[in-house]
Design a protein around this ligand. Structure first.
Ligand SMILES: Cc1cc2nc3c(=O)[nH]c(=O)nc-3n(C[C@H](O)[C@H](O)[C@H](O)COP(=O)(O)O)c2cc1C
Length: 290
């Protein structure tokens, strides 16, 4: 299996769980790691809000901001709990637009200075690898040049901000960026079991996003690991950790993907009010200690 070097970090394989807000809770991340993911990311986190992050699995921590305020403190606080820090310049959500973060920051040429400030402070605050995640943008090249001064790798999701998560990712654009830099490059955008290996001919690693939702086993299949997990594994650990019911129900919906009666199960899940309802839908009710 191809190993990947990102600064001082060596990943055992090039198949990474993409950062996904709400989806990548600690239990889901741990299942993806168990199935062999080379690296798992948190969802994007604001350094200024003191969230209680569960980081005992040492994930890559992704942060977003439009000011350097709080970045140094955040990085120092979490340095020992992470394998790398990633700066988000790709979020296309309405909230990101309002806060002028993510890809709206990337697309705004007047923000290049603050992007550099954030990366400089982050670089000075940690010896852990530092990366950025960008989209296709008129400023991609300029940001690449800035990243080369401070970062150990770059992730590209070659859709524009306006495309959000739909439409074709511009793989040629990503390849062009790769040719222009010696930084390791991680590719993100519609990666699946079929195209992952081919993409690795051009990029150092690939991120799996939506294909991994409810489907940690994609990493087992890609890495040839024998570990296979089910929603029962998720539920067992989420119950132990006293996760909110809404989060468990959300992941239950996700795990129906590819199941025989997925549509029926989802219809029933909509009405689930308590854990027992979910257990019954997944036919786990008979199991006393799951
Ligand atoms: C539910 C969801 C949440 C996401 N949250 C984040 C996030 O917090 N940070 C980030 O950089 N990208 C986020 N993304 C984008 C993914 O990391 C990835 O770049 C994108 O989905 C394209 O890859 P895919 O086609 O494999 O899903 C999110 C995507 C989804 C679907």
């Amino acid at each position: 299996m191809k190993k990947v070097k990102i600064g001082r970090l060596t990943l055992k394989n090039p198949y990474l769980l993409a950062p996904m807000e709400a989806v990548n809770d600690i239990v889901f991340r741990k299942l993806c790691s168990k199935c062999g993911a080379g690296l798992v990311y948190t969802g994007m986190t604001n350094p200024l809000t003191q969230q209680n992050l569960s980081l005992e699995d040492k994930p890559a921590i992704q942060f977003f901001c439009n000011t350097e305020k709080g970045v140094k403190e955040f990085i120092k606080k979490h340095e020992k709990e992470t394998r790398l820090f990633d700066f988000n310049l790709g979020c296309p959500s309405k909230l990101a637009k309002k806060a002028n973060i993510g890809c709206f920051m990337l697309d705004d040429s007047s923000k290049l200075e603050i992007i550099e400030k954030v990366l400089k402070i982050a670089r000075e605050s940690t010896k852990k690898p530092l990366t950025i995640k960008i989209r296709k943008s008129k400023n991609s090249l300029q940001v690449l040049k800035i990243a080369e001064k401070y970062c150990d790798a770059i992730t590209i999701h070659p859709r524009t901000c306006a495309q959000g998560y739909s439409g074709k990712p511009d793989i040629e654009f990503a390849k062009q960026i790769k040719r222009l830099t010696s930084l390791p490059m991680i590719y993100s955008g519609n990666v699946n079991e079929k195209n992952a290996k081919d993409l690795l001919k051009y990029f150092d690693a690939v991120m799996i996003g939506r294909e991994a939702i409810g489907n940690p086993n994609i990493f087992s299949r890609l890495t040839g690991k024998k570990n296979l997990v089910t929603f029962k594994d998720y539920l067992k650990e989420a119950k132990k950790r006293k996760f909110y019911f809404s989060q468990i129900k959300f992941q239950a919906m996700n795990f129906t993907k590819g199941m025989k009666n997925a549509k029926k199960m989802r219809l029933r899940l909509i009405h689930a009010k308590k854990l027992e309802d979910i257990e019954s839908i997944f036919e786990l009710s008979q199991t006393k200690h799951i």
